[in-house]
Design a protein around this ligand. Structure first.
Ligand code: ATP
Ligand code: MG
Length: 175
């Protein structure tokens, strides 16, 4: 039988109040761009998509990630963008804080070092708001969403016929 594996990624996850604000922002974007809004409880910012991890390597991955230390930072989601290759509309920041870029780089370096590299192109911090958007011209953000980030999380993605379900596996506080 094939070895059991878990589909894992590392992310920043907004709390309920912030998710409400982001869901509203998705609503504003939706008026111009169409498509399907992400569900409120699924909104997140991926730092590293690791993908299939053999279940028996999870303790090693948790121990590795738990050793990382990083400072708190603030993310100002102040712009919207559209990517033609996957038809998503996302919220991003004009100037990503260096601590955010450093955290993502550290996570990626560490997981690669144990043979679990992140997949995908270079890291561009973004939060997907809409999928299958039909218009490519995103509106300006009337009021930036300010996010004081205090922790980061390891999440399991369970693919279902209705889309991905996400389950928090572990979380670590920023200093
Ligand atoms: P679905 O695949 O059902 O549309 P999803 O993309 O949200 O849903 P996953 O594919 O499990 O679910 O991805 C989890 C997170 O990791 C998402 O934020 C997704 O954008 C990101 N991600 C997935 N694959 C990659 C990849 N190859 N490179 C970078 N990020 C990825
Ligand atoms: Mg996907």
């Amino acid at each position: 039988m094939a070895e059991e594996s878990r589909r894992l990624f590392v992310a920043l996850w907004p709390g309920p109040a912030l998710a409400d604000r982001l869901h509203d922002l998705a609503g504003e974007a939706h008026r111009d761009c169409g498509g399907r809004r992400m569900r409120r409880e699924t909104l997140h910012l991926t730092l590293a998509f690791i993908g299939a991890v053999p279940a028996d390597r999870l303790p090693e991955l948790l121990a590795l990630l738990g050793q990382l230390r990083a400072p708190r930072f603030q993310v100002q989601l102040n712009s919207l963008g559209y990517w033609p290759h996957n038809h998503i509309v996302w919220a991003g920041c004009a100037e990503p804080p260096p601590a955010l870029l450093q955290l993502a780089a550290d996570i990626r370096r560490q997981t690669a070092a144990i043979g679990l590299p992140a997949s995908g192109p270079a890291f561009v911090p973004h939060m997907t708001l809409l999928r299958k958007a039909t218009a490519t011209c995103t509106p300006p953000v009337a009021e930036p969403v300010v996010w004081d980030v205090v922790e980061w999380v390891l999440v399991e993605s369970c693919l279902t016929p209705h889309g991905a379900d996400y389950h928090r596996v572990a979380g670590w506080a920023l200093d």
